[in-house]
Design a protein around this ligand. Structure first.
Ligand code: ADP
Length: 326
């Protein structure tokens, strides 16, 4: 497979601040590459470097050319902050950006793709934050790029709009478009990316498929048993071969596969120990992030936990409502 992007030893300083520190990165044609990392890790600077909007040390090739000399018709860029003129309509804005390219897609088709067919004639400033972001995405798609850079594409977009945009990006990827994206949403990166790179302090500290990264750095799946008898539950679980540890009102059992859940429940039943909830959690990219950065991810979480006891969670919800009314 040919390479869309090859970055070698890319470095960038702002005064004393090291934004990028020797980044080597290759993105294959047709690949979706997700960049994650804490705030200030260098994600935006790397996108800017790859799109030629900030000069850097090192070498960058995009479709074999320099980032400022590559054919602009082949590249789409959605910067993190992008404020188009407020008193132009969505249609006028997409028309305008389309006019900058030798050949552009039909404006109406692009607006339909991002779910704005109904609001095409509204001024940008009257649209919701999510609709505005979708107009910005449309301006990045108007030239039907071969390589699309998206810096936090779904920020401010509601969950339904976000899913629609994911489907759009998946169909573009299926059609062969190469995508490099950053995101505040782990679910987004995990779902869309063929490979993920974790940037930390300007260095790419891990690169791999989500599955490989989770296998290497995500830890094991676990079962959390909510029980007031957590101390007494540990021994029977250990005797049954489980790695159980007690915490306040819960027991955490590491390395439980779905088929072993029943065995853990039987061990508790045999010891006559009751429980309020069972939650099974698969490791996700968020665990990779925690493991490698030492920080909990503060963006939009990946729902990785499966509650196995519905009654218990309903009771908990009711309790919360009652508490709030008091
Ligand atoms: P991220 O996108 O991962 O949050 P950035 O690429 O925005 O990270 O920033 C990387 C580092 O470079 C941060 O320490 C940031 O403060 C610094 N930085 C980014 N842009 C500038 C700039 N224009 N001037 C000075 N420092 C900057």
């Amino acid at each position: 497979m040919d390479e869309a992007v090859v970055a070698t030893d890319v470095a960038k300083r702002y005064g004393d601040t090291v934004a990028l520190d020797g980044v080597d990165l290759t993105v294959a044609e047709g690949e979706v590459f997700g960049l994650i990392g804490p705030n200030g890790a260098g994600k935006t600077t790397l996108i800017r470097a790859l799109t030629g909007t900030t000069p850097v040390d090192g070498e960058i090739r995009v479709f074999g050319s320099g980032p400022t000399t590559v054919d602009a018709d082949r590249i789409g860029l959605l910067p993190q902050s992008f404020s188009p003129p407020a008193r132009l309509t969505a249609r006028e804005l997409v028309d305008y950006y389309g006019g900058l390219y030798d050949s552009a897609r039909e404006t109406d088709a692009v607006l339909a793709d991002v779910g704005l067919a109904e609001t095409a004639d509204s001024w940008y400033e009257t649209l919701s934050g999510g609709q505005q972001r979708r107009v910005c995405v449309a301006t990045a798609l108007v030239n039907d790029p071969d390589l699309l850079f998206l810096d936090e594409p779904t920020t401010g977009i509601d969950p339904v709009g976000r899913r629609a945009l994911w489907e759009l990006l998946e169909s573009l990827a299926d059609g062969g478009t190469t995508v490099v994206l950053t995101s505040h949403s782990m679910a987004e990166v995990q779902r869309l990316s063929d490979r993920v790179g974790l940037l930390q302090d300007g260095q790419l500290v891990a690169v791999g498929t989500p599955t490989d990264l989770i296998a290497d750095h995500g830890g094991r799946s676990r079962l959390v048993i909510g029980t007031a008898a957590s101390e007494s539950a540990v021994d029977p679980l250990r005797e049954a071969g489980f790695a159980a540890t007690a915490a306040a009102d819960e027991v955490v059992v590491d390395g439980v596969s779905p088929v072993e859940i029943g065995e853990a429940v039987s061990a508790l039943a045999a010891a006559d120990i009751g429980y309020d909830s069972l939650t099974w959690t698969e490791p996700s990219l968020e665990d990779v992030y925690l493991q490698l950065t030492g920080e909990r991810f503060e963006g939009v979480s990946t729902p990785g936990a499966t509650a196995l006891t519905e009654g218990a969670s309903e009771e908990a919800d009711e309790g919360a409502v009652a508490g709030g009314d008091r």
